[in-house]
Design a protein around this ligand. Structure first.
Ligand SMILES: C[S@@+](CC[C@H](N)C(=O)[O-])C[C@H]1O[C@@H](n2cnc3c(N)ncnc32)[C@H](O)[C@@H]1O
Length: 224
């Protein structure tokens, strides 16, 4: 059996199950529903509503995975005519032949050519996928990745703390805090108490927000 297998979630959108990590990439209640709720609504749209005059936004994603968050963000960039620079770090990439089986184009305005370029495009290179959206995928563990850039929004979408506890502790949260501009925010599906304490310890203001179906709460953390 493959290490990763395709499954269909309750809203009809695909996700993956990773047998080594023994977890799925998204909520089984709906992959697209979860991504839209957590990353687009609570993350990107919130940042844009707090900064209504901005013409560009820089996003960092922890865990490119299926590319779903990137694709939904690209829709926003094009719709709102906002320049988006999107950098995603991924340690265990999904094979391209698997990624092109996802049914995500049904849930997006993205065309097949851009979708394919998103997955098949080279690592470490800026890919201009349309007039508004540039994607750079970095093949690295987040622990080892360095950048001098500062970001507006971080989508923190690693596997959960029960699977990868070290990714939800002080060292990486300090790193995320340092990557953000003042006024920037981190958003994630995780609402574990010890994780939220870590965020506060490194200087974030932490908000608990209502979660998508099947999840009581999610977390947004602001760098003042
Ligand atoms: C919950 S999945 C979500 C992926 C993606 N955001 C999506 O919507 O499909 C977590 C992702 O984090 C990646 N990952 C796990 N450990 C990592 C690490 N140390 N550094 C970077 N990526 C990591 C996994 O390979 C996986 O793609």
């Amino acid at each position: 059996m493959d290490e990763i297998s395709l499954i269909t979630t309750e809203d009809g959108s695909h996700t993956l199950f990773h047998s080594t990590f023994n977890t799925s990439y998204h909520s089984r209640f709906g992959a697209v529903t979860e991504s839209l709720h957590v990353y687009i609504q609570a993350g990107l749209f919130h940042f844009m509503s707090e900064n209504p005059d901005i013409l560009s936004v820089r996003i960092l994603e922890m865990g490119f995975g299926t590319g779903l968050n990137a694709m939904l963000s690209m829709d926003v960039a094009r719709r709102q005519k906002i320049q988006m620079e999107y950098e995603a770090v991924e340690a265990y990439p999904v094979p391209v032949d698997k990624a092109t089986q996802f049914n995500y184009l049904r849930f997006s305005e993205t065309d097949l050519r851009s979708y394919h370029a998103m997955h098949a495009g080279a690592w470490g290179k800026a890919l201009n996928l349309n007039d508004y959206f540039t994607l750079t995928k970095h093949l690295s563990k987040m622990e080892d990745w360095h950048s001098d850039k500062k970001f507006d929004v971080i989508y923190y979408d690693a596997f959960g703390p029960e699977t990868q506890p070290h990714l939800w502790e002080h060292t990486l949260m300090q790193k995320m805090f340092n990557f953000l501009k003042n006024g920037g925010l981190l958003v994630t599906f995780c609402a574990k108490g010890s994780f939220k304490r870590c965020l506060r310890d490194v200087g974030f203001e932490v908000e608990a927000l209502k979660g998508p179906p099947g999840k009581r709460e999610i977390t947004r953390a602001l760098k003042r």
